[in-house]
Write a protein that binds this ligand. Sequence first.
Ligand code: PEP
Length: 247
Amino acid sequence: MARKIVAGNWKMNLTLQDGVKLIDALNHMKAPEGVELIVFPSHMLVPEINRLSNGIEVGVQNFSEHTEGAYTGETSLDQVKSCGVEVALIGHSERRQIFGESHEVLKMKVNHALAEDVNFVFCCGEPLEIREAGSEYAFVKAQLEESLFHIPDVNMSNTVIAYEPVWAIGTGRTATAQQAEEMHANIRKWVAEVYGEDVAKDVTILYGGSCKPGNANELFAGANVDGGLIGGASLSAESFMEIARSF
Ligand code: PEP
C-alpha cells in the first residue's frame, strides 16, 4: 500500500534561527496518525534541524550526482548521509528550470541515490505552455521514462513521486482536485504498465503546487493522491500541520 506523506520544501527560506523556531513549533504539535512528515531545509540548516527534530524526518533539497572531488559549492550524498539524512528531493522544477538539470543528470542522481541507499522524492510536472497545448500527459510521462522508469521493481515499490504542475508552484494557482487526480491516476497507470499493478499500488504519489490548509482536504480526497509536497505553506507550523491533518 502507498504511504501517506506530507513533506515541506522550505526552499532557500529561513535563517538557522527561524528554522529552529519552526522545527520546535512542529515538535510541540500533535502529528496525525498514519501520515509521515518530512521537511527539506536548506543544506546549511539540515544537521541542526535534524538534531532537533522529534519524529519529523529531515531531508535535503538537492545533492550532487558526483561522488566527491572538485565540485565547488556542491554536496555529496556521502556528506548528506554523514549528517544522518536518508531522504532527498530529486528533480524539483526549480532545479530543472533555474539550474538546467536535464533528464540525464536526474537519472544519474536517481542511480546515485539507489547506490547509496538514500530514499528520494522524484518530482515531475509540466509548465503552463505545455498544459495549454494539451500535452501535459506526454510531457510528464517522458520525465518519468527518461529519468526514473529504468530502476528495478524492488526500488520502484518504495519510490515517492511528486506531481507538481509548474504553473501551480508558488503562484497561488492550484490544480483542481480533478486535474490532480487525473494526472496521479495516469502516473499510477504508467507505473503499472512498466512494473505491474502490485508495484503501482505501493508507489506514493504526492501533489505539490499552492497546496494550503484551505484546499488540502479536497486535493487529498483523490483516490491516487497520497499526500503533498508543500512549499510556501510549510513555512508556518500551523498551516503545515493543518495540511497534514487534512486526510
Ligand atoms: C514546491 O516548491 O514544491 C511547492 C509545491 O511550492 P508551493 O506550495 O509554494 O506552490
